[in-house]
Design a protein. Structure first.
Length: 502
């Protein structure tokens, strides 16, 4: 009964006209950036963070940002199917069979299967969030400082294990992010740290400047340095509704992929990428005709698209229950909450029920809007692919700079965007991922605060992290995750998955 009351509250909030409007705006932007290769939801959310600071209601801002994220999972399949160029990393596996279907004249069928599978998976995953969030929050409320420190350590280790590239580089990025988060005044002693006597750094680095630089400007520099080469669209898109035979074929893959994606989505790092590749591998393994995969298998489109959308939805669970972002976009959304004066974590569900349940209910609305947008407007999305990048990137830079300057009216924010943009580009060129850095930057203060409080309570005894059962269990899981990630067999499989992503 309590769940129904909460959902009723959420629907009441989600159906407010401004929330429906910004949900529509979010999913439309998400679809657009998913279609356009080289932009992506992370950069888009980063550049829109300054706007969210001006929103009167936090829930409206979060609904829009969430819509961008799961909307991009829809949009990424369009270019993957039509021109064999995934707009999103999680759509890379969709291109294997989706583009083959398009070459065979079944582009409309492939696009419809992708949209329907995504809608079903997203809808079911939203139910999973509604059911799982309250009990997990109740558990999280029992956590003390030692447990909160340990859960962040676990999140860091798992994100390292699941990050593409070298685990050592991912660890270095997290450490760098934590170090950057310590710049400014110490919250316990008010002592200046790493400010180099510059008053502008007393408040630390602004999250928006860091995010826009690392994911907006750095992404533009990378695309200009190594531009994506698009292929030709395979022809007119016709027949936007699958046959009964095709609908029967997608039932099992969608059900299995939804379950798989819902589980993997809560993992820090590339859960949605792992979900799509995992679903494809599963469907190919259990198929009666595995040779059809790579040649236009309907299940090869339905499974991965259902999996990555389910994972995109359930990635909100660790953020809403533990305050632990599962990926870069979740870190951005956590930053947006902080800008609104809300601390992400278990207290959000009890202190801000309208925000949490309004967000959950809006996902149903957003998934429905995405189906209505993706099928009738495919022609528009296709035409967007012809927009020259030299027109797009100056507009993005101007928009991002104005937004960052407007937060505090300080030119240092714009300079921060330039510095972190150049630094992010150099890190990418060095084979380092910026996402772990952002996770470290967002969670660094939380990690430090709970470490110091736990040691103060225990009078400086570090054994408190081992003597408390929950904390010890979390640290044990972190150690296990690290050991498993370093096993040669696991590392080889991990490299195969992420090399396909690139």
């Amino acid at each position: 009964m309590e769940l129904l009351d909460n959902l009723a509250l959420g629907l009441q909030v989600a159906f407010q006209w401004q929330n429906v409007l910004f949900c529509l705006l979010g999913v439309a932007l998400g679809t657009a950036v998913g279609v356009l290769p080289g932009i992506g939801p992370t950069a888009t959310v980063a550049m829109l963070l300054p706007i969210t600071y001006t929103f009167d209601e936090p829930v409206t801002a979060i609904i829009m940002l969430a819509g961008i994220y799961y909307g991009a999972q829809y949009g990424g399949s369009t270019t993957a199917i039509l021109i064999n160029l995934p707009g999103e990393s999680s759509s890379a596996v969709t291109a294997l069979d989706g583009h083959q279907l398009a070459v065979q004249g079944k582009a409309g069928t492939a696009l419809a299967v992708a949209a329907i599978s995504s809608f079903i998976a997203g809808t079911v995953a939203t139910v999973v969030i509604a059911v799982a969030a309250p009990p997990l929050t109740d558990v999280a409320l029992e956590f003390g400082q030692a447990e909160l420190f340990s859960v962040v350590v676990l999140g860091f280790i798992v994100s390292i294990a699941l990050a593409s590239g070298s685990p050592l580089k991912a660890l270095a990025m997290i450490v760098l992010g934590v170090l950057l988060s310590t710049v400014g005044r110490d919250s316990f002693t008010n002592t200046a740290r790493f400010t180099f006597s510059q008053p502008a750094l007393d408040g630390g680095f602004n999250f928006v400047s860091v995010a826009v630089g690392l994911f907006g400007i750095a992404e533009i520099l990378r695309n200009l340095h190594d531009p994506h080469h698009t292929g030709r669209i395979v022809g007119a898109v016709k027949g936007l509704w699958p046959s009964r035979s095709d609908l029967r074929k997608i039932g099992g893959p969608v059900a299995r992929a939804t379950g798989l994606g819902s589980i993997l989505g809560v993992l820090p790092g590339g859960g949605h990428v792992l979900a799509s590749f995992g679903s494809y591998a599963l469907e190919k393994k259990i198929s009666k005709n595995p040779k059809e995969f790579g040649r236009g298998a309907i299940a090869g489109v339905a499974g991965p698209e259902a999996a990555n959308n389910a994972a995109a939805q359930t990635s909100f669970i660790p953020l809403l229950t533990l305050g632990l972002p599962a990926n870069g976009v979740m870190a951005m959304i956590a930053g947006a909450l902080i800008l609104q004066g809300i601390t992400p974590g278990p207290g959000v569900l009890t202190d801000e029920p309208e925000l949490v349940w309004g967000l959950i209910a809006s996902m149903w609305i957003g998934n429905l809007l995405l189906v209505l947008l993706n099928l009738p407007l495919i022609g528009i999305w296709v035409k967007m692919l012809s927009v020259p990048y030299w027109i797009l990137f100056p507009s993005i830079i101007i928009f991002a700079s104005i937004g960052c300057y407007s937060i505090r009216g300080n030119i240092w924010e714009v300079l921060g965007v330039v510095v972190f943009g150049a630094g992010g580009f150099l890190l990418i060129r060095a084979g380092c991922e910026p996402v772990p850095l952002l996770l470290g930057f967002v969670l660094g203060p939380f990690l430090e605060e709970n470490l110091r409080r736990a040691l103060i309570i225990s009078r400086g005894d570090p054994m408190t992290f081992i003597e408390r059962p929950i904390s010890a269990s979390l640290l044990g899981l972190a150690l296990l995750a690290l050991v498993v990630a370093l096993l040669p067999a696991i590392r080889r499989k991990r490299e195969v998955v992420f090399s396909e992503e690139e």
